[in-house]
Design a protein around this ligand. Sequence first.
Ligand code: GLN
Length: 199
Amino acid sequence: MLKIGILALQGAVREHAVSVKRCGAEAVLVKSAEDLGQLDGLILPGGESTTMRRLIDTYNMLKPLKQFAMHDKPVFGTCAGLILLARTISGSDTSHLGIMDVVVERNSYGRQVNSFEASLNIKDIGRSFPGVFIRAPHISEVSEGVEVLCEHEGRIVMARQNLLLACAFHPELTPDQRVMAYFVKMVREAAATGAKIPK
Ligand code: GLN
């Protein structure tokens, strides 16, 4: 059975584990670099990216997490997880893992609409996906090689770069499993073919 890890330092961990299991894979909670061994794919959940980064540093996980992605294993970042993946965070000099060629803007929906739900049409996944946005970021720029999978009101909210998948919303908070099933399929294909992330 495929093993998919969920970074379990902070944030929406349990819901991802349920969703991974529903999609037919084993969910492994990742709390240290050692836990990354044996995994076929990894999810960086939503939560608070600055808090998550502090914990990643506390547990010496930054380099192992980057290496995991560089070793051709699929990684899926949702919301704060997208911020962790982004090469550039708008208005900040530093990034976290910095491995996906996108610019991300944090908290882009302002105070008045902290949280909302929107029906999304997602390329290769389908129509009317219930997107749950919670103090969500959005992708303001993508480099060549990054495929935009979904836009909402002119803003990019989901993208893929080879084996990296990222979205601004929380697919684990709805009963609709299509987004997670898409990631599990990516993991299955990568495990079967040994797909490569270009270095
Ligand atoms: N606003 C959070 C951040 O900047 C992300 C919110 C979320 O993951 N739901 O990290």
